[in-house]
Design a protein around this ligand. Sequence first.
Ligand SMILES: Cc1cc2nc3c(=O)[nH]c(=O)nc-3n(C[C@H](O)[C@H](O)[C@H](O)COP(=O)(O)OP(=O)(O)OC[C@H]3O[C@@H](n4cnc5c(N)ncnc54)[C@H](O)[C@@H]3O)c2cc1C
Length: 471
Amino acid sequence: MLASRTDRLASRLEGRLDAAALLRGDAVSAGYAQDAGGSGIRPSLVLRPKNTEEVSLILAAANEIGQPLVIQGGRTGLSGGARPRAGEVSLSLERLTAIGEIDRAAQTVIAGAGTPLQAVQQAASDVDLSFGVDIGARGTATIGGNIATNAGGIRVLRYGMTRAQVTGLEVVLADGTVLSSLKGLAKDNAGYDLNPLFIGSEGTLGVVTRACLKLHPKPRIERVAFLALPSLAAAQALLQQLRSELAGLLSAFEVIFPAVYAGTVAHCRIAPPVAIGAGLYALVEIHGQAPDQDNARFEAALAAALDDGLASDVVLSSSQREFAALWALRDGVSDYIFSLDNLCGFDIAVPLARMQDFIAGAASAVRFADPEASVFVFGHLGDGNLHYIVRSRQAHAMAEAVYGQIAAIGGSISAEHGIGTEKIKWLGFSRSEAEITTMRRLKATFDPKHILNPGRVFAEAPAEMQVEWAS
Ligand SMILES: Cc1cc2nc3c(=O)[nH]c(=O)nc-3n(C[C@H](O)[C@H](O)[C@H](O)COP(=O)(O)OP(=O)(O)OC[C@H]3O[C@@H](n4cnc5c(N)ncnc54)[C@H](O)[C@@H]3O)c2cc1C
């Protein structure tokens, strides 16, 4: 009997990688079959290289054999990109956790792809700097996963998405070629810049092994306010007002709709900072360098919001403990949402000027498709990014209802979580045929045998682009 592709790959690699790099059979724990969005197929082989050379060795062998791989970081993704499918071998970057010395002059650091986001945040903080990306899954999500998904999170308003924090990448291509561009130069126009292609490519174009990351001065003052607001219109007006009054200070503007606020404080057993019953809730944060002046500006801006009727109540953190407690409430939103069943989650971007139209249009489209459905909304208002969650057993009908509204107002079906395996059939609601064809051409150029995360972002390659896999 012919050995399977997976067996051939394993025997090709045995003896060339250390024992910890190959997990087979019972040694493969159930965790490798899952990401934060659900379970896939438990892979029969997990590869855990310890450096870039080993990643290159693995990819060259897998490419030759035609063995499809699923690339895994912290497996906190919410679109199914890291969730194994039948016949795939897992390539986990979890052992690439080295953090280099921080270059204080350039304010950069080189980190291995498997480094947890929180470890990079801590390393920066230890030398009085900070990293611009923060998400609820910071303890488990990895830098490689953040780059592959172009993660957003709570401070995009101030620092931009992960793309804006990357000054260099080391990537291994499907055939094992190592592309290394880790100089960390602020300016480098020597030919095409290849790095941005890999950021947000969800592991379909190459495997990120190391990244040179931009750091920022650590804020000398961080304060957060929790506000009760009368309506979404008031939140939008307040955002506009704070953007000008707190220019250079505003670092987050998060919103929580009433059902999510009430559910979160009950689920997490938190004393609500402001009374339940408002039209909307917002968490507003500043990062500044001049504590006295910045405090005064923040307090004046919040007082003006109350005077102007844009907010009905405000609680302002006055200690590190209160600051952490208000953010814990925001992080608790995910815990509450994940505790519910029959969830259809939509991570959408909406032009700010059309947000009210979207909320009204989506509510009636959802109700029309399933009168029993309930809707939970929260998100990063400052970036026009809402997490629009519908509780319904009719997932397909809900997606049609929500994405139909998104297409109508020129929004995006994926603001930050990516397409993965779960949103493939909806990609055309956000991208034109010409864009999707160009993406496919890039895929065919970088990974002609489709061994890297096949079936993510778009369905398998069309017949004319497929290269026959060896049996
Ligand atoms: C509680 C919670 C809160 C979250 N909040 C946010 C948020 O605010 N903003 C946000 O953007 N996301 C958020 N997420 C989603 C998730 O944390 C991010 O998508 C994160 O960037 C994924 O990182 P990871 O290491 O877990 O990647 P994984 O889940 O392992 O992988 C994600 C994708 O990246 C690919 N990949 C992973 N590593 C590499 C690599 N080294 N090279 C190439 N491809 C790779 C995978 O194949 C997959 O397609 C949240 C998730 C949870 C559970």
